[in-house]
Write a protein that binds this ligand. Structure first.
Ligand code: NAD
Length: 506
């Protein structure tokens, strides 16, 4: 494998506020998926490193360590989150470039991610500050002799595990609310794209985040992720990744009965009715599936088209797809880069081949672009003649592959949309507001878009139903993920309780 000029800063694990070499000294190569070249490496942490990281986070959660992070004011913690946000913006270009080279996403998208990362830290700084006034929730009781309140407290030391499709953003969705809530954390990013998370560690050092509040252990899932989930000193696990790994994570967490929130895969529908503006709808359908190179959990990768507009829609969609610039993510105007790894590339090609063998037709793409002889590139791919029994209709591809079916009636569209074991997202495109409203209720998913697909804001809840997981990130729900509720009840009467008879010899 070719070795490019190393662009990835050499970093170690981030434990207790310091860089620490992994105990076993191993490293994982970082491969640029556009060039197939090694551009650096990241440490491969294992159980021993997880042990050190969890101990550091536990100490930082204890009284008077980590400048008493969990008991400090929201304003104290918010100052660090805001400094982190400012540093992200200061280093935006550099971070976006690293992200694009590490996971293959177009540079414009990576830059957009960095804005979202900074906005998310700012947002949770505000929410964490506001929490001070809302921590105590008074509860009125039917007995006057008791006074009660519920108190929201940081959950403790949390384990955060994230995927590679939005490496720094997915980490931020967890780190920002966890820290704002007063938790301390150990983050385990994906081994396929950890570079920007290690840059976040550098930023934490630069802003003087107290030691142990955030620890970052890169490494393989079974070697670093599994021991983190199983660790008895971890109080909660927040996981984003595939449904299969999520199932394993639930299993490990069950050993110590720790709460888990799971953001898993999807196979989301986009329903296009006959009354839409076709060009606008075509663009949303493409964006909904090919944004982030098709590697989005919420990709609306099952297109349901009203049969009366299908021919016109598909003709236009193929023309638009052919116009998408597929290139090295760093090239100006790139709108589709390579998929993240050779493993993912082979997996997607196999999905397409199986679909063809099962009788589906590729009306665009399905192969690598002719002008690119290196890199894990696959053209945006559109499949018709898809049956609901086919693998391509039922399973998450996690690549730029869109499959299409037509429908006649609204009821049929709803049935097709809900005929999936996933329930992450869905989109409905129609100029009839009442119909849109009906479908927002009928589609079984955690996120529904109307006349668009994919926009995401850190103020709004994010998460899925069915095998797409449970729990919600972002918004106030994201903060609640890291808070536990304690009941405090006080007996206020001057009279004795009087349940037992008073012993006569007293
Ligand atoms: P993955 O499940 O392979 O890996 C996710 C993380 O889990 C990685 O950090 C990995 O190292 C770790 N891991 C792997 N095995 C583990 C184990 N046994 N114990 C603990 N940790 C382990 O997923 P991926 O390929 O990195 O990401 C793609 C998946 O993520 C897709 O299914 C996608 O839909 C999903 N995703 C979901 C959301 C969402 O918000 N719902 C967002 C982004 C991605």
């Amino acid at each position: 494998m070719a070795m490019e000029v190393a662009v990835v800063p050499r970093r170690e694990l981030f434990i207790d506020g310091e860089w620490k070499e992994p105990v076993r000294g191993r490293r994982i190569p970082v491969i640029n998926p556009a060039t197939e070249s090694v551009i650096g490496d990241v440490p491969a942490g294992t159980e021993d490193d997880v042990e050190l990281a969890v101990s550091a986070a536990r100490r930082a959660f204890s009284r008077n360590r980590g400048k008493d992070w969990p008991r400090a004011s929201g304003n104290y913690r918010a100052q660090f989150l805001r400094r982190i946000a400012a540093k992200i913006i200061e280093k935006k270009d550099e971070l976006a470039k690293l992200e694009a080279m590490d996971c293959g996403k177009p540079l414009d998208e990576a830059a957009w991610d960095m804005d979202d990362v900074a906005a998310c830290f700012e947002y949770y700084a505000d929410l964490g500050e506001a929490l001070d006034g809302k921590r105590k929730v008074p509860i009125s009781l039917p007995l006057e002799t008791f006074k009660c309140h519920a108190r929201k407290e940081p959950m403790g030391v949390v384990g955060l595990i994230t995927p590679w499709n939005y490496p720094l953003l997915m980490a931020t969705w967890k780190v920002a609310p966890a820290l704002a809530a007063g938790c301390t954390a150990v983050l385990k990013p994906s081994e396929l794209a950890s570079v920007t998370c290690l840059e976040l560690a550098e930023i934490c050092k630069e802003v003087g985040l107290p030691a142990g509040v955030l620890n970052i252990v890169t490494g393989l899932g079974p070697e670093a992720g599994a021991p983190l989930v199983s660790h008895p000193q971890i109080d909660k696990v927040a996981f984003t990744g595939s449904t299969e790994t999520g199932r394993q994570v639930m299993g490990y967490a069950s050993q110590t009965i720790k709460p888990v929130s799971l953001e898993l895969g999807g196979k989301s529908p986009i329903i296009v009715f006959e009354d839409v503006d076709i060009e606008k709808a075509v663009e949303w359908a493409l964006f909904g599936c090919f944004w982030t190179n098709g590697q989005i959990c919420s990709a609306t990768s099952r297109l349901l088209l009203h049969e009366s507009i299908a021919d016109d829609f598909l003709d236009k969609m193929v023309s638009w797809a052919a116009n998408i610039k597929v290139s090295d993510p760093l090239e100006e105007g790139c709108r589709l880069g390579p998929v993240v790894s050779v493993g993912q590339y082979e997996k997607i090609k196999k999905f397409i081949l199986t679909a063809k063998n099962e009788g589906a037709s590729v009306i665009y793409g399905g192969v690598r672009p002719q002008h690119l002889d290196k890199g894990y590139f696959i053209l945006p791919t559109i499949l018709t003649n898809v049956e609901t029994s086919m693998q391509i209709w039922r399973e998450e591809v996690f690549g730029p592959v869109l499959c299409v079916k037509t429908f006649k009636t609204e009821e049929e569209a709803i049935d097709l949309a809900n005929d999936t074991r996933f329930g992450l997202a869905g989109a409905v495109l129609s100029n009839d507001p009442e119909r849109c409203n009906r479908l927002t209720e009928e589609i079984n998913a955690g996120i529904i878009w109307v006349n668009c697909s994919q926009p995401c804001f850190c103020q709004a809840p994010w998460g899925g139903n069915k095998r797409s997981g449970f729990g919600r990130e972002l918004g106030e729900w994201g903060l609640d993920n890291y808070l536990s509720v304690k009941q405090v009840t006080e007996y206020t009467s001057s009279d004795p309780w009087g349940w037992y008879g008073r012993p006569s010899k007293l």
